[in-house]
Every structure is written in C-alpha cells, then in structure tokens.
Design a protein around this ligand. Structure first.
Ligand code: ZN
Length: 518
C-alpha cells in the first residue's frame, strides 16, 4: 500500500530534461516508483494535464524568526516551495547571546512564559523542530549576526582577537549544521568589515565544505568592484560563492550587467564555483537605509546628529541623492504614518508640503529607523538576461507570510516569486522553457547545497513534490495588493505528506531542518 499515487502526471524531473508521462508513488516520505504504478494507495490523485515536479527550493529566504511565529510557512508552500535557505544577507536567527536578546527587545524579560528562546544554531534548530514546520529548512549563519555578537554595531575593522571570537561562533554554527555563511555588506554591521575579515571567517566555512552567500557591498555605482570582492573572497578562502539577488540597481548602472556577467563567467572558467540567485521583479525591497546607525534613531550612538541643526542639514544633504519617486513605503509602525504605506517617499513629501528628503528623515525618526521600502530600481531586460543564465537559480529574498497576520504592503515576491517565473517568464514572456525554469528551482539549488536526496524527481529521492497547472499557474500578489496567494498550484508534498491540497494549506508540518553533512 502506497501513501500517495499521482496518476498520469507530466513529470518534470528537475534536471531540465523534457517532461514525460508517468505515475509517481510515494511511501514513507520517499518517491518509491516512477512509471506505470499498479497497486493501492491511501490517496490517489488524478494528475492528468498537470505537471509534477520536485518541490521548489527557495535559495534565498528571510524566514528565520518568521518560521518560529508562522511555522506553516504559508506564502512559501502555497507557491510550491518545499525547502528554504534562511540566514541570508548577513542576518541569521542564531547565534544570539543574552545581551543581544536584550538589545533586540528590551522587554524580553516580560515575555510570556513559553516564548521560544534560543542562543545558538543548535538550539534555534531545536525550536523549529519542536514546534514543527510545514517546510524544509537549511540555515546559514549570518556574518552580521556574528559580528554584532562580538563587537556590537561598531564602525571599525575587527581586531585579531575579535576575528578569533567570530571564527569560533562561525565554527559552532557549522558544527551544528549550518550550510554556510552569508554576508550583507551594505548593512550595519557588515558594511564596517574589511575583506580580510570575511576571508578569515570564510576559511572556517570552507573547512566544513560550506558555501559563501553574499549580498555584495554595492549593487549600483560600485557593482563591479563589489563583485570583484566576492570573487576574491571565494578564491582566497577556497569555497563556493553564491551572489544573492544578482542585479544592477538604478538606471546609470544598468549597462554594467553584461560586464558583471562576464566577471562571474571568467571566475567560473578560472575554477571558482560561483553561482547566483534572482527574484523575478524590477523592484527590490529592504529597510530604508539611512546615513545613521540604527541605534541613533532610538537615542543611542549618533542620535545627537539628529538634534544638532548643522548636522541635520548635513543628513538631509546625504539623503538628497536618492531616487525618492521610485521608493515606495512598504511597512512601518507609527500610527500617523500608516496613510503613507503604498506611497512613494516623493509623494509623502508632497502630501506633507516638504521636500522628499525631509519626508524621509521624518519617517525614519517617527519609526525609530525602521521603515520598509520597495525600490523600483531594476531594468526588465536585465531581469530577463540574468534569468536566462544557466548558473542563476530562483530565490525570493522574501519571508513566509500568512495573509491573516501580515501587515503593510510588503514586496509581492513573498507570495509570488516561483509562480511568477512559471506564469509570466515561461508562459507569457517565453523567456525560459518550462523544464529549464523548473531546473532553476529544483536540481540546480539542490546541487548548490550539496543535497543528494532532493531536487530531482526519481525513485529513492525524498518526496518533496509540487503538482501544478502550467496553463493557469500565476502570481496574484501585486505591489498595491500583495497579500494574495497564487493560482494554479494544486498539491504540495513535503517529505511524503500533503501540505497543500487543491490549493489549500492542510496545516501539516512535516518539514525537516537539514544539517550539512561534512
Ligand atoms: Zn540581500
């Protein structure tokens, strides 16, 4: 007796090979038969005219602490994602020490009993496992998280002793199952690190066969220099490199894309295992980066600059260079500012009768530096050019949200990345063949992670599967109305259990937290 049989599916095996018609049987968490399947199953699903592929792997996810709050990972599994790689852009849930926990949330002492707590990668993984999670997870350790733990948000190079401490934290995380380390070299505190510091830490990651994922130091005016740094880190530390959300930001830099691609391909030719991920949108999303450290907005270091009129003028000058008409407010907390969600910062200025940079500074002040934005800075042709590259995989750069609890107008990629590639870039724009798009979501990222038992639909592999309708699959989430699950995803199976059935989440939590095998 099988657990599930998909009957007469068009099987996309994930390798990029053409689809073929077959039945697929699942038992005890594994794919046990592909072909003509005789026999009974607890559940038989008519898959005629539908495509069955390995579950999608989100190579770039920010679900870290979100998974603790929302273990059903709705906005991801509803797209067919069965595994996400968390701990990206230098920021991971672990490690965190007591001091840092206070820094995160000064009221943490008053948290209700039973609130999940963790200190290191191992205890974070245990929290996820004890709660149960609907999706598989592979975790990276964030360089920024590690650096903050050792030296706070200090704006200076690390000392030899501090680098030693960071190496130990990275080593612990790798011992406890991390797949590698990420950096976010535009963010505080990653931006204060020198290349040598990253190389030293990456060498520890290399000892464990891990990967270096990087949000490079600059994606606009100094894109090529930042890419060169990533390549140098890979070459010096001798480990594979993944460029996160590969792109060129702002129109004057769009022409750099061919050269950026050439640099990566040259590095590959010279023997560096370097790949990239991408989300299929022309807008990015992040916190509204500002010329002041986060602590300044809450009265800490740098806050005197906000009060001094001279310094304030300088801050406004620094903010003046931005593209405020392209930057849209996605989320913030202050009640008076809720009306500005979905508006560009330029529009906010017009409404308030002040300049855009004054509006930006005001938003940052009232919201204690915490303003999420969506930034329309990329070129559609570049998105397509990058998507066609055989070494670029799909990564949402989003989190696993739930429509009933999510707020603001976050980037639609949280809900739509994978289905958008299938519905728009395969079916409508014909940028990719269906088989190639699925390869970028399955076997390519599985190979990147060193997974032997996922990413290909084949007998003996783990049963992570998605059944979709290639004629109707599409993202419904838009910039103005992002909280929408997609259409066309029929079934999603994680480790042999049905998590999405007829387009509805079943509530099942069969996800596993994977550990990198050394
Ligand atoms: Zn990033």
């Amino acid at each position: 007796m099988f657990d599930i049989i998909f009957k007469n599916a068009r099987v996309l095996d994930g390798t990029g090979a053409p689809w073929f018609r077959a039945d697929v049987a699942v038992k005890d968490g594994f794919i046990v038969k592909v072909g003509k399947v005789e026999g009974e199953a607890k559940q038989t699903i008519d898959a005629k005219e539908k495509y069955l592929s390995p579950g999608f792997i989100d190579t770039h996810s920010h679900s870290d602490s979100v998974l603790v709050e929302n273990p059903t990972a709705d906005s991801k599994v509803m797209q067919g994602v069965t595994l996400e790689v968390i701990g990206q852009c230098g920021s991971s849930a672990a490690p965190r020490n007591m001091g840092l926990r206070k820094q995160d949330d000064p009221n943490e002492d008053e948290l209700p009993e039973g609130t999940p707590q963790w200190t290191d990668m191992g205890s974070y993984i245990k929290v996820l496992e004890s709660q149960g999670v609907s999706i598989n997870v592979a975790a990276l350790v964030g360089h920024g998280t590690v650096r903050r733990q050792v030296m706070g948000a200090e704006r200076r190079p690390a000392t030899v002793e501090e680098i030693e401490k960071m190496k130990n934290l990275v080593r612990d995380a790798m011992e406890q199952g991390a797949f590698g380390m990420s950096t976010g070299l535009v963010y505080v505190p990653g931006r204060f690190s020198e290349t040598g510091e990253i190389i030293e830490l990456a060498k520890v990651v290399a000892e464990y066969g891990g990967i270096y994922f990087t949000h490079i130091r600059n994606e606009s005016d100094r894109l090529l220099e930042a890419l060169a740094e990533a390549i140098e880190i890979g070459n010096q530390a001798k480990l594979p490199v993944q460029i996160s959300h590969f792109k060129a930001m702002r129109e004057p830099n769009w022409h750099k894309v061919p050269e950026a691609i050439a640099m990566v391909e040259k590095a590959r030719e010279d023997g560096l295992d370097i790949t990239a991920d991408q989300y299929p949108y022309i807008a990015s999303s992040t916190g509204m980066s500002s010329p002041l450290p986060a602590s300044a907005w809450t009265g800490g270091e740098g806050s005197e600059r906000l009060r001094d009129p001279e310094e304030r003028k300088k801050l406004l000058d620094q903010l003046r260079s931005r593209y405020w008409d392209k930057i849209v407010v996605a989320n913030l907390e202050h009640p008076d500012d809720q009306q500005f969600i979905g508006k560009s910062v330029a529009e906010v200025g017009e409404i308030q009768g002040i300049s855009a940079e004054e509006a930006a500074l005001g938003l940052l002040e009232r919201n204690r530096g915490s303003v999420q934005i969506v930034n329309f800075a990329m070129n559609e042709d570049d998105v397509r050019t990058i998507m066609r590259l055989p070494w670029v995989m799909v990564g949402s750069d989003g989190s696993a949200l739930n429509i009933s609890t999510a707020t603001g107008k976050p980037h639609p990629r949280n809900y739509g990345t994978f289905v958008r590639v299938l519905g728009r870039y395969v079916r409508e724009y014909k940028v990719l063949r269906l088989e190639e798009a699925v390869r970028k979501m399955t076997s390519l990222p599985a190979m990147r992670l060193g997974l032997q038992d996922r990413g290909i639909l084949r007998e003996g592999m783990r049963a992570d599967l998605v059944l979709f309708d290639a004629d109707t699959v599409v993202d419904n989430a838009t910039y103005t109305d992002p909280h929408q699950y997609p259409s066309g995803i029929g079934y999603v199976v994680v480790n042999g259990m049905i998590v999405v059935e007829n387009g509805e989440h079943t509530g099942a939590r069969p996800g596993m937290v994977l550990r990198r095998r050394n």
